[in-house]
Design a binder for this molecule. Structure first.
Ligand code: BG6
Length: 511
């Protein structure tokens, strides 16, 4: 069992003055502190190049904490901020690490938090490998000794959190994994994916394995197809420069959505613990059929938003975007999972910017009954083939909840209509949604890898999307969908080819 409350440690954030640190990481830690979830003895050490005192760094963060944290008061902030320190160093230079090491030691001594260290790479991805290599040479990593010690839990640990993007393709992901593996044990590497911190994503395991009613139906015998959608109404905003090199497949499908797919498709783990859960997810990733170059075109629909009907700016020509860019801002892909449970059941995964509404959901559409008992009813009572199939919708955000659609008899006449059982997360459990970063950082401090990606999952996901990264598939996609829609017509065709249609709920419809 992993400890419920983490032990003392120093959190070292590389990229201390970056956007992610001030908007997400520090406000999340501040929230945890206010809820009493951080260890009593802890320190945060920010590392980046600009020269700054501890005080100046705390002031810099205070403005953001006020805006981004769930709760804020001067008193709480000043108590929390005492734990924050700063070290000016260029972490891409190995000679900077004597200063970093000294700052870690001094923060650790000041807050009596011993010498366990959680490193957080919140820097530009091209800096990951240089920093990891420098850590290796710095003498700060003594993980190897833990393996030989009699009581590993009493020996200080060093762990590392690595942000996405985790590589830009299979080759770069492998070389990052190799760099990490040269320095850290796999059990000390925490590849973060904020989707795994979302309540309804975690609830997928509970829904499937804490109940008996779903699992017997959760297979090729009863499920016709699965849809996983992550739609956003915003465009790429100020992130054009990053996004234009990434695109929707790298940004969302390889990372977040294949994780959701793995949780939907995995076999039950032997027990609720990180290693068995990750093993089952890896097996799913390995069972995804890899499309050949010829097959890829028929299994995906790519798009890029153009100018909108109300003169919304197109993707091309946006800040940081090449004027002739062929980067996809929309992608829909059909994945097939070649195993006993899922053979023949398509998994349609789609994501896009500038779409009709913000929505992340999983939809399982069930097969029609084997015979149509009600076919003798008159025309108006639609025969089985025309009746809506049973459908389970799991809304991950923003209307968190689950609904099950089935057929019911209308009172007073022999007529059939669809009805819904609906579970609304907020109505039942109330409270504000928790920002995903806080609990994930806490898990890394506790050494719990359940909600982090294993090396093999990351590489498997790159293998699965690789055929769809071919530039030839992007020719002529510019402006093929208007902002505020559900993507290009090809996306509908992709499903129509398998006799399916996307679940595109109206603006008022929650699930
Ligand atoms: C990030 C992507 O990982 O996830 C962004 O880089 C995307 O492009 C974001 O907007 C979506 O996250 P969420 O939590 O809003 O669904």
């Amino acid at each position: 069992m992993k400890p419920a409350v983490p032990g003392p440690c120093v959190l070292v954030v590389f990229g201390a003055s970056g956007d992610l640190t001030r908007r997400k990481i520090i406000p999340a830690l501040y929230d945890l502190f206010q809820r009493g979830q951080l260890p009593r003895r802890f320190a945060i050490l920010g590392v980046s190049r600009s020269g700054m005192s501890d005080e100046a760094y705390r002031d810099h963060l205070a403005q953001w904490a006020g805006e981004m944290a769930r709760q804020h008061s001067e008193a709480a902030w000043s108590q929390f901020a005492r734990h924050i320190h700063y070290c000016a160093a260029d972490a891409t230079r190995v000679d900077a690490f004597s200063a970093v090491g000294a700052a870690i030691e001094s923060a650790g001594a000041r807050h009596e938090c011993g010498s366990s260290i959680l490193f957080y790479l919140s820097v530009a991805p091209q800096l990951y490998i240089p920093i990891i290599d420098n850590l290796a040479q710095s003498g700060l990593i003594t993980e190897g000794k833990r393996w030989c010690s009699i009581n590993r839990d009493e020996t200080p640990w060093q762990r590392i959190i690595v942000e996405k993007p985790f590589g830009v393709d299979l080759e770069s992901a492998r070389s990052l994994n190799r760099a990490l593996g040269r320095t850290f044990e796999e059990e000390s590497i925490f590849r973060i994916d904020h989707y795994l911190g979302k309540e309804l994503v975690q609830n997928l395991l509970v829904l499937r394995f804490a109940n008996t009613i779903f699992e017997p139906l959760w297979n090729r015998r009863y499920i016709d197809h699965v849809q996983i959608t992550a739609a956003e109404t915003v465009g790429v905003e100020s992130r054009g420069e990053f996004y234009d090199r990434a695109g929707a497949i790298r940004d969302m499908i390889q990372s977040h959505l294949l994780q959701v797919l793995a949780l939907v498709a995995m076999e039950p783990p032997g027990r609720y613990a990180d290693a068995p859960i990750r093993r089952e997810k890896i097996k799913v990733t390995e069972a995804i059929r890899i499309a050949t170059a010829e097959e890829a075109a028929g299994r995906c629909a790519l798009g890029q938003y153009g100018r909108g009907p109300r003169d919304e700016a197109p993707y091309r020509g946006g800040k940081g975007v090449a004027p002739d860019s062929s980067t996809e801002t929309f992608a829909a892909i059909r994945f097939d999972i070649d195993n006993w449970r899922w053979s023949g059941v398509p998994f349609f995964v789609r994501t896009g910017k500038a779409m009709a509404r913000k929505l992340t959901e999983v939809v399982l559409t069930f097969r029609q009954p084997p015979i149509d008992l009600f076919s003798s009813l008159s025309e108006a009572h639609a025969s089985c083939g025309n009746r809506p199939p049973n459908r389970l919708v799991i809304n991950i955000q923003p209307d968190e909840g689950i609904s099950l659609r089935f057929e019911g008899k209308v009172p007073g006449e022999m007529r059939i209509e669809s009805v819904k059982l609906d579970f609304d997360y907020a109505a039942r459990f109330g409270g504000e949604a928790i920002e995903a970063y806080g609990p994930l950082i806490l898990d890394a401090m506790r050494g719990d890898q359940t909600l982090f990606k294993h090396r093999d999952e990351v590489e498997g996901a790159w293998r699965a999307v690789a055929p769809f990264l071919d530039p030839a598939l992007r020719r002529g996609i510019a402006g093929n969908y208007a902002p505020g829609t559900w993507g290009p017509p090809e996306s509908e065709h992709l499903l129509a080819n398998s006799g399916c249609t996307w679940h595109n709920p109206g603006i008022e419809e929650t699930r």
